[in-house]
Write a protein that binds this ligand. Structure first.
Ligand SMILES: Nc1ncnc2c1ncn2[C@@H]1O[C@H](COP(=O)(O)OP(=O)(O)OP(=O)(O)O)[C@@H](O)[C@H]1O
Ligand SMILES: [Mg+2]
Length: 282
């Protein structure tokens, strides 16, 4: 089982090594990187390339660790008891399996390891990662209501992503293999563009990359545009059949690049770029 770039996803050598190391060590892979650098997509493509299932757990500020294991549906049980349903006598009918439970038992049923994505772990409260230490380490847990023990006979491949909104506890970090996705270089970005827009004109790509990387370098810019924003921008430029030459043309309205709304996401950045364009015209 080895991970490589796919038809849809360009992985750097260091990312490939990190994924393969985590698979080998059977430890969760913690992935950080700027928004839009392909963290979530990595898990999707990894599952595709290993021909296995992706089990996705998207974390929100209200998500609790217990929800990943299982939840007890007391409301349905109460309703069934009022209706005189026989099911009510077996509590296991009301245990709703969480994503970790599904991932832990998948291997045994399908005879291959699934990919479990715990996406944006930093969105949850500070206790969340600590509450999952044992489960991710031992890959087993106890169901108190039924006395059952859920054990992963084949450990899932676990990908955990974070946007760095909160620090993760040391005890949690110790249990993971870590990789930071560096922002792609211009050459890597050209490859990424190629997998998304194989028929794009090369001079448009060249000019767009120059504008894009210059924009990321502007001092004081609040929200640097990311990979996904560049891809959106190029899609619009192609749809509107915009000529590569006009991308640098500062005489356009406000001095902004065409379709700038795909790249610039707040008014401060827009006025900053307008000011710079105005100064360079003078
Ligand atoms: N290495 C790559 N190869 C191909 N496409 C990529 C790559 N990196 C990013 N993309 C493109 O960027 C989009 C955004 O990627 P993704 O949603 O995985 O980013 P993310 O890092 O999870 O962002 P966020 O932190 O905002 O969730 C993808 O849908 C894909 O189109
Ligand atoms: Mg993501």
């Amino acid at each position: 089982m080895l991970f490589n770039s796919t038809d849809n996803y360009i992985a750097s050598n260091s990312l490939k090594q990190a994924v393969n190391a985590a698979i080998l060590l059977e430890k969760p892979l913690l992935i950080k990187g700027e928004p839009g650098t392909g963290k979530t997509m990595l898990a999707e493509e990894l599952a595709n390339s290993l021909d296995t299932t992706l089990i996705q757990w998207h974390i929100k500020s209200t998500t609790k660790a217990q929800q990943g294991l299982y939840e007890y549906d007391a409301v349905s049980r109460l309703r069934d008891s009022q209706l005189g349903d026989e099911r009510v006598h077996d509590i296991s009918n009301y245990i709703v399996k969480g994503k970790l439970w599904q991932a832990f038992t998948y291997g045994e049923q399908h005879n291959k390891r699934p990919v479990l994505l715990i996406d944006e772990i930093d969105k949850a409260d500070i206790e969340f990662p600590n509450d999952l230490l044992l489960e991710l380490d031992k890959m087993e847990f106890h169901v108190y209501e039924t006395g059952e023990r859920v054990v992963a006979k084949q450990r899932p491949i676990v990908i955990i992503t974070s946007n760095n909104e909160k620090e993760l506890p040391d005890a949690f970090l110790r249990r993971c293999f870590f990789h930071y996705i560096d922002f792609p270089s211009s050459e890597e970005m050209a490859q990424i563009i190629d997998v998304h827009h194989p028929h794009i004109k090369q001079d448009l790509v060249r000019q767009a990359l120059e504008v894009f990387f210059n924009l990321r370098e502007v001092n004081g810019i609040k929200k640097k545009p990311s990979t996904s924003e560049l891809l959106d921008w190029l899609k619009l430029l192609m749809a509107e059949d915009i000529d590569a030459k006009t991308l640098h043309d500062k005489s356009q309205k406000g001095g902004l690049m065409p379709m700038f709304g795909a790249l610039l996401k707040n008014e401060q950045d827009i006025s900053l770029i307008e000011k710079l364009a105005f100064m360079s015209r003078r």
